[in-house]
Write a protein that binds this ligand. Structure first.
Ligand code: ADP
Ligand code: MG
Length: 594
């Protein structure tokens, strides 16, 4: 796992206090569990809550942070439990060795399941995890010589240090506290930021240099790992495991727990787990009336989810946040540093060389054998009527589409077959025609993600990235609003944040897809000035835009596309007076060059 650091200076300031409070709270809980003599019934409930919570925190990571569904958490929980059960009882292995084996097993299973299904999204991923869950259950029930079948495994002993229920409970609470801390800190680590970026916008994440596949598989594997850990602890706690404890229904219970408590925080996991374990206990007296118990239980869950869509903890923290903002926490002012850009450093006179590039969608030749090259340090415009293949060209350049034919050379490197994040690492930066920001994050967090990729030759310590992100925001004129959520910005300013995100990544070539679209005339002037400031730093720009005033103002070279083919290429005056260009534009009213 990547190192865990803070996001914002504000978070950095409060971190020691938060950590202190956390450690104090955890110590009290562990001390209480170790010394207070609960009756066996309460001990069991607490043991179940602690071990389940560990597994539910896995879902906080995969679902809450990374936005992936996992309907097989009970299977991972069961694999961990059976590793301890079978290992200690049938093979006489040491308890800790069994936990280790269990964790390796679930990690491998989780990574395999994640890697083999990660290309599938949403419903398909849900179906595959359900299948995995069913397979695990079937094996537990039917592979009797190994698993003991439906009878399960009994007589599981605890490790020497923690033989009493009391001591073992204290141990489980300690593990829960450590896991809770790691999950709490994860969102502000580079890995956690990558997960949140993938959840918010996969395409933008990949173009910001994040390996989306690997991030998803990692999230899935962490989820499985925590599931297995919870299960292994559970087996030691209850001394008995059987297949029905780890069925699909239990996976749904795990999912309900995390949704009920709130997916955004490990506290939500504990709250949801505690509640779903306690509600049945509270309603125990209703069990004599068949059906009534389930009806009330179901109704309670539905009501909570209905009125608290972010879960109980989400609802509470919304409340405290509102209260907190009224008490007026002063925003942190960044010391204004200048934005350093790699600019024109490099050897070859051409930053980009495109040869015979084609992209066909079935019979439609969106891009059809286009060649051009972009000179280092120049502003190069790609224009053409609507539907002429400009965005498709940019998507092929940045790796979102694989080309049907042709080659792309970036700064001397053949990037034709690289995935998007590898091209970003190689020096490509881009913005989107339809804005793609990470919508649950602040402006500065968005830009930090752009700066974080391994190809960026800047310091990766958190404070350095934070300073760089703030410098990039200041460069586009939004320095004093860095800590606001991106959704609170106007459309035009969101475009600027996208440009800042790309700049922070230190590209050698910046691709801009219609940055002026949707801007009013003042904003267009500001954008023109910004583009000139970027160009003055020596950065090479390839810009698509419809606004001919802007294009002829900033570009020194223009390539024109029509029906996916290049129809002109050269300096602005000769290109815009080229008869083919005039004819192409006469046919499409909204894109008229003049
Ligand atoms: P421009 O950006 O120049 O307006 P585009 O590159 O977006 O044009 O589109 C070029 C052509 O390719 C259009 O006819 C468009 O409908 C088509 N096209 C773009 N993306 C796809 C896609 N994913 N699938 C099928 N057709 C597409
Ligand atoms: Mg377009």
């Amino acid at each position: 796992m990547t190192s865990i650091t803070d996001v914002s200076p504000a978070a950095r300031r409060t971190a020691p206090l938060g950590l202190l409070a956390y450690v104090a709270l955890a110590a009290v809980a562990v001390f209480f569990a170790a010394t207070h003599s609960f009756d066996a019934y309460i001990t069991n409930i607490l043991m179940q809550a602690a071990t389940y919570s560990v597994a539910v925190m896995g879902l906080t990571v995969v679902l809450g942070l990374c936005g992936q569904i996992n309907l097989a958490q009970a299977a991972f929980f069961g694999l961990g439990a059976y590793a301890v059960g079978l290992g200690t009882v049938d093979y006489g292995l040491n308890f800790w060795v069994c936990i280790g084996l269990g964790l390796v097993t679930v990690l491998a299973a989780g990574a395999f399941l994640g890697a083999s299904t990660i290309r599938l999204g949403g419903h398909y991923l849900a179906m595959v995890t359900i299948s995995f869950q069913q397979i695990v259950t079937l094996v537990m029930i039917n592979w009797i010589p190994v698993t003991h079948g439906p009878d399960g495994v009994s007589g599981i002993s605890r490790p020497g240090l923690f033989t009493t229920a009391q001591a073992y409970l204290a141990f489980c609470v300690t593990v829960l506290a450590v896991v809770g801390y790691l999950v709490w800190r994860l969102p502000s680590s580079p890995l956690g930021r990558a997960m949140r970026a993938v959840r918010d916008n996969e395409l933008a994440a990949s173009v910001a240099g994040i390996d989306v596949q690997r991030t998803k598989v990692t999230a899935f594997a962490i989820c499985a790992l925590l599931g297995g850990l919870g299960g292994a602890l559970f087996a030691g706690g209850f001394a008995y495991v059987s297949p029905d404890q780890f069925s699909f229904a239990e996976s749904i219970v795990f999912l309900t727990m995390v949704l009920l408590g709130g997916v955004a925080s490990p506290i939500g996991a504990v709250v949801g787990t505690g509640l779903l374990i306690l509600i049945p206990e509270w309603l125990r007296f209703l069990k004599s009336v068949p059906g009534l118990y389930l009806a009330i239980y179901g109704l309670a869950v539905i009501l909570i989810v209905l009125f608290m869509p972010d879960g109980i903890w989400g609802w509470i923290s919304q409340f405290t946040r509102r209260f907190g903002s009224r008490s007026g926490v002063a925003p942190v002012r960044a010391e204004a540093t200048a934005l350093e850009l790699r600019g024109s450093s490099g050897h070859a006179p051409e930053v980009l060389r495109v040869e015979g590039l084609a992209k066909h969608f079935g019979g439609l030749k969106a891009v059809d054998g286009v060649s051009f090259s972009v000179k280092r340090g120049s502003v190069h415009a790609l224009i053409g009527p609507n539907g002429s293949g400009k965005t498709t060209t940019l998507n092929v350049l940045s790796g979102i589409y694989a080309p049907t034919a042709g080659s792309i050379t970036l700064d001397g490197l053949d990037v034709t077959n690289l995935p998007p994040h590898r091209r970003t690492i190689a020096g490509l930066g881009r913005t989107f025609q339809n804005i793609r920001l990470f919508r649950t994050m602040t402006a500065v967090e968005n830009v930090i993600i752009g700066a974080e990729h391994p190809g960026n030759p800047v310091q990766k310590a958190h404070h350095a990235l934070d300073a760089r992100a703030r410098a990039a925001l200041a460069f586009v004129g939004l320095g004093d609003r860095a800590d606001e959520l991106v959704t609170s910005f106007s459309y035009g300013h969101q475009r600027l944040i996208e440009i800042a995100r790309a700049l922070a990544g230190n590209p050698t070539l910046l691709l801009l897809d219609e940055p002026a679209a949707g801007l009013n005339s003042t904003e267009k002037l500001e954008l023109t000035a910004l583009l000139k400031r970027i160009a003055a730093k020596g950065l090479t720009i390839l810009i698509i835009d419809h606004d001919m005033t802007l294009v002829s103002d900033v570009a020194e070279h223009i390539t024109v596309l029509n029906f996916g083919r290049r129809i002109a290429d050269g300096d602005p005056v000769s290109v815009l007076n080229h008869p083919d260009v005039v004819t192409a534009y006469l046919g499409s009213e909204p894109d008229a060059p003049y």
